[in-house]
Design a protein around this ligand. Structure first.
Ligand code: SF4
Length: 211
């Protein structure tokens, strides 16, 4: 059996595979779309799915097609996902650059080794279109900087994230996330998601340790 990268999963038919790739912050150019379409046609992909995390999954692949497809696509195969809104580059309401922040978050943390998977949301204003309050880690732009959120979930035990810090510059927010991930790695149980970790430990304890 071929070893598959994470993000490549066997499908319900137990025969074919899906390859999930991550357009950075969910942004694609016309050239990207043409490349994806060319690869999909070449390997007779019957359908593609845009996932809830702003990723793209090519479905119905044979096992020996997975590797070449990953190599030929213009995006990397999924790690932790970073969901972002258009922020102040495109949206009239944006007060912070969510796309630039999401690119940095993705660069620094999408492959982080942590006890369980991470979902991250970066929103350019309080309207919070990237669902930052229901993600393991969230960022919300305000006129005074970034609010850093931890411990949200939109799953069956939905939880609104706790505010870890407010009015952070981009570099302060990124450094705080890095410190939080170190703390999470050192103190959480294997497979314990961030919301459960926060429930157990309490935001005050986490804040005292990190802020
Ligand atoms: S969160 Fe704010 S900046 Fe981002 S898309 Fe929504 S309204 Fe626009």
């Amino acid at each position: 059996m071929i070893e598959l990268p994470s993000g490549c999963v066997k499908q319900r038919d137990k025969k074919t595979y899906g390859v999930r790739v991550t357009p950075p912050a969910g942004m694609l150019t016309p050239d990207d779309l043409e490349t994806v379409a060319r690869v999909a046609r070449k390997y007779a992909v019957p359908v593609l799915k845009i996932t809830s995390g702003q990723r793209l999954t090519l479905l119905g692949l044979k096992e020996d097609e997975v590797g070449p497809v990953c190599d030929e696509l213009p995006f990397k195969v999924a790690g932790h996902y970073v969901q972002a809104c258009p922020g102040n580059q495109w949206c009239q309401f944006g007060v912070q650059d969510a796309l630039e922040m999401a690119a940095e978050v993705e660069k620094r943390f999408s492959c982080a080794t942590v006890p369980a998977k991470l979902k991250l949301g970066v929103s350019g204003c309080f309207i919070c279109c990237a669902e930052s309050y229901v993600r393991d880690l969230g960022l919300v732009g305000t006129r005074k900087g970034w609010t850093v959120l931890v411990g949200g979930s939109s799953g069956c035990s939905a939880r609104v994230a706790d505010v870890l810090a407010e009015e952070q510059s981009q570099s302060q927010a990124l450094d705080l996330i890095a410190r939080f991930l170190d703390y999470y790695r050192e103190n959480a149980l294997i497979m314990q998601r961030v919301p459960h970790f926060l429930e157990e430990r309490g935001i005050e304890t986490v804040r005292r340790a990190l802020v």
